[in-house]
Every structure is written in C-alpha cells, then in structure tokens.
Write a protein that binds this ligand. Structure first.
Ligand code: SF4
Length: 430
C-alpha cells in the first residue's frame, strides 16, 4: 500500500543521547527507511519544526530521553505538547531511550508522547516508520506503547536483537561513535538500568562485524578505536565469567587494526570494567595492545554489605586485588564509586570513605565519584535520596581540592533531588 503523505522525521540531537540517535539512524540506513530526517540541537528544534510543518504533511518528532535529562527537558516537552495541540493532525511525538523504557506509563501519561519505543528500538522504530510512511497501521509493532481510548497499551517485545543485523554507526549520515560490542548484563545491579532495559542475557556483535566497522572508522580518519560494553572484558562470554578464548580472539583481531593506524582503547572511556574480571592473564593479553595506560574499574562502594545488597557480585577485596594487579603491571587506575546509595548506613558511607582514602594514599589512582540517582525501572527507583553524611562530604571536598577525585557527583546530588521531585509530583511513575 502506498501513501502519498509526505513525512519528515526530526530526532533531537544532544551530547547525552547522540549514540542512541546514531544507532537509530544507522538502523534506518540498514532497513532502507526512506524519510527526510533532521537532527537538530535543542535550540534549533522549534525553528526546524516550524519549517517542516509548512513543508510536510506530517512530521514525526523523536526524543530519546535519559532520566538525568528530564528535569531540563520537561519544560521543553510541555512546549511540544502545545505544538501538538495546535497541529494535531500533522504532528506525532515519539519517545525512546532509558527513561521511557523504565517508565512507560509516566511517559505516556505526562510527557506528551503519542508513541514510545521500549527497550532496544532499532527494529521497532524502523518498522514503525516503514509502516507509517507506507500508510499502514502502526499499532501492531512490537516494543511500542501508546494510549488508546484513555488506556495505556504496551506491546511488549521479548525478542532480543541480533546486534549484527544493525550497524553501530551510520556511514550515509556520517554519524560515528565508539563501536557497541555487547549488550545486556547478567548482574542486574539494583541501581542500574542496563539489565532492566536490555535484559540479563549478554549478546555480542561478531568480531567480523566489529572489525568491519572499525575499518570504516579508520578510513574516515577516526583512528582512536573505542568500544561500548557493560564490561569489555566479558566479550564473547556470558558476562559472569571471562571467556578467555573469545576475549583473546577479539583482542588479537582488533590488534591487527594497529597496522592500519588504529589506536585501541579498552577498559577506558566510554566503558569501565568489572574488578572481578581482572587477572594476570587478561592484563597480559591487553597490556601491550592498548593505547590507554589507565583502566577504569567500577567498585561503587567500600562496604561489602552494600555491594551484596546491590547485587554487584564482587567484594571490596576483589576490587583491591584488581587495583593491585593493574598497578603491578604499571597500569594506572580510575576507580568509580557511587555515593549516597540506598540502604547505606553511616558505617557503610565511612567504609567507602576509608576505601577511597586507602586508594588515594596508594598514589596514582584517580577516584571517579558519582551520586546515586533513582532511575525508573530499577529495583531501587523508589528509594528516597538521602544527603551524604557531613563527615564524609567534608572529607571528600578536601580531596576535591587536591585534584585526586573527579566526576559530577555534586551536580548529581542536586539532580537526584530534582528527579525525586518529579516522582513526588507523579510525573515519574515507575
Ligand atoms: S555490572 Fe554494570 S552494567 Fe551490569 S548491571 Fe551492574 S552496573 Fe549495570
């Protein structure tokens, strides 16, 4: 069935969500979805929409949203709701990303979206666009949510995507980023959205596909090769234990890219590694291959009680052993901690502070601090945010002055309260 409706698609492009937008556009490229597509920054969005409303019969405006963006973007979503009211026959507002996946009900009821894409959206979004531009009914697409007759309808999708089917970068649109190599995580740490959005089953892009896309990046002059994964050292395995053979294949495969000018970054931005995956064999495997001489590991708490409660699956000693091993092989270490975790008593916060102090005194270790943010869809989403004990905070501020700790933890303290406020107001429901 062919429709004569002239559609355009606008996807808000922001530093925080650009990798998600790249994957969607890359999926559109792979699925040959033909729709005029615009990627404006937030300041240009209203002008672009105004122009498109004059020149197209229908426009689809897509926002990929992280909960951390919501306090800033919510007033803006209100202005889009108003536009939708004025141009209801031509304007379709769709949402995706971790926030709407974690809180579909609140997103449909309060954020003004006509349709949501829940979970991984490469397939659902492209199918939706194809059906829409072909003039077909979109409501049967799996993985979407919408409101019908005042009822929220969610077409849950339990299919997990084969990552090889969708490219991680878009050559046609020139949208490049680190290559996502794995998705899903078996741990389900109670504060983290990864397992609750992408599932606990860890999947991997095949090495051939990874190498193909790395070569494209190198050809485009992007020689720094970085990878996105919940834990790059789990490549090829089930995520709980390293599969050394598969990991070796990966490392030896990407190593060859150095001959083409590629510089390899593993265990550093944008993905950290789990401490329990660090052992001598793995360090020896990657040490002389990687360009980064600093490895980021996530410890999160200095309290074994809290680590257990969160379901992290490692202990403080595992973390100390990992730091010690990395240092013995002359690798520097960044260590991630989350402050203000739910269920934390003063004694737990002090244990975290003591561990931070211990690591700082070892020298050459940087402490990367985060503040706990209640994310929808996680088991801890409804836990109240608690201020950090004064004794802990004042000590950390002293270290901040010495430059041994870094991160957005102070800004996140405020952000966590704003997100809690949105929940208290009933804008976030899950
Ligand atoms: S191990 Fe990392 S990615 Fe996996 S659930 Fe825990 S915090 Fe999230």
């Amino acid at each position: 069935m062919t429709s004569k409706t002239k559609y355009s698609l606008v996807l808000l492009y922001d530093e925080n969500n650009k990798y998600s937008i790249h994957s969607l556009v890359a999926a559109m490229e792979a699925e040959e979805v033909n729709i005029d597509t615009y990627l404006p920054r937030i300041n240009d969005l209203h002008n672009i929409i105004g122009y498109l409303l004059k020149n197209y019969e229908k426009i689809v405006v897509g926002i990929s949203l992280m909960t951390t963006q919501l306090p800033n973007i919510q007033p803006f979503l209100e202005s889009l709701k108003e536009l939708k009211r004025l141009f209801s026959s031509k304007f379709i507002l769709v949402g995706g990303g971790p926030h709407v996946s974690g809180d579909p009900l609140g997103s449909l009821k309060h954020l003004g979206f006509d349709y949501l894409f829940i979970g991984e959206a490469e397939k659902s979004f492209t199918e939706f666009l194809k059906r829409m531009t072909d003039g077909c009914d979109v409501k049967g697409v799996k993985g979407i949510g919408y409101v019908e007759d005042d009822n929220v309808v969610i077409n849950y999708n339990d299919e997990v995507l084969n990552l090889d089917k969708y490219p991680p970068i878009s050559v046609k649109y020139g949208l490049f980023n680190p290559i996502e190599v794995s998705r899903g995580c078996p741990y389900g740490c109670k504060y983290c959205q990864v397992s609750y959005i992408f599932g606990k089953y860890m999947r991997h892009r095949s090495l051939d596909t990874i190498l193909l896309h790395c070569k494209i990046l190198i050809k485009k002059g992007i020689n720094d090769l970085r990878f996105i994964s919940p834990n790059i050292l789990s490549y090829g395995g089930n995520g709980i234990k390293a599969d050394f053979d598969k990991l070796s294949e990966f490392v030896n495969g990407v190593k060859e890219l150095r001959n083409l000018g590629g510089k390899l970054y593993l265990g550093s931005f944008p993905s950290e590694v789990r401490p329990d995956f660090i052992d001598e064999d793995i360090i020896k495997l990657i040490k002389d291959v990687i360009t980064n001489k600093r490895i980021s590991i996530g410890i999160q708490s200095g309290s074994d009680r809290i680590l257990k409660y969160l379901g992290r699956g490692h202990t403080v000693d595992d973390a100390l052993n990992a730091v010690d091993l990395l240092r013995r092989y002359n690798l520097s270490v960044d260590v991630d901690f989350i402050l203000g975790l739910p269920n934390e008593e003063l004694s737990d916060a002090l244990e975290t502070l003591q561990l931070i102090q211990k690591l700082i005194y070892l020298g050459g270790i940087r402490i990367h601090l985060h503040t706990y943010i209640p994310l929808p869809g996680t088991p801890l989403a409804k836990h109240k945010v608690k201020p950090l004990p004064d004794t802990v905070k004042s000590r950390l501020l002293k270290y901040l002055g010495r430059g041994v700790i870094f991160g957005n933890w102070l800004m996140q303290e405020k952000l966590a309260l704003k997100i809690q406020e949105l929940r208290d107001k009933g804008i976030i429901l899950n």
